[in-house]
Design a protein around this ligand. Structure first.
Ligand code: ZN
Length: 132
């Protein structure tokens, strides 16, 4: 079963915690043991798992990427000025797969699911697939 979540990013770059939205889809699916895949069908966005207790972790990841992948120095920038966003999206990757046990996503205490948007603000789709 697949379900789509719509997320609106508010800045050019952001890390948006979507864990509660994804767990809600797992709840609705009724699947107790299986796999959950979270996929973003966009060339300038990505999915990652990391800490949410300290929001600086997400900010540090964005700062790290900005430091190593500067804006405006790539071939694709001549076309639409967002080459850095494409490179960041490829490095982080478009999906993550998480086990489901007893109807809950098996995430570590400090792990949450983040939609990484590298070329906002804009509306993003996230596709959540539940496999039994
Ligand atoms: Zn582009």
């Amino acid at each position: 079963m697949h379900k789509k979540i719509e997320i609106k990013s508010e800045r050019r770059e952001s890390m948006i915690d979507i864990t509660d939205d994804v767990q809600k889809i797992v709840d609705e699916s009724g699947v107790k043991d299986g796999l959950c895949n979270i996929f973003v069908p966009h060339a300038t966005a990505a999915i990652t798992l990391n800490e949410n207790a300290d929001p600086n972790v997400g900010a540090d990841i964005l700062d790290f990427l900005a430091k190593h992948i500067p804006k405006g120095t790539w071939r694709h920038d001549r076309i639409d000025g967002n080459a850095d966003a494409h490179i960041k999206a490829s490095i982080i990757g478009p999906s993550e797969t998480i086990p489901i046990s007893d109807g809950k996503l098996v995430l570590g205490t400090w792990q949450d699911i983040f939609l990484c948007c590298f070329d906002g603000p804009r509306k993003r789709d996230v596709v959540v697939s539940i496999l039994k």
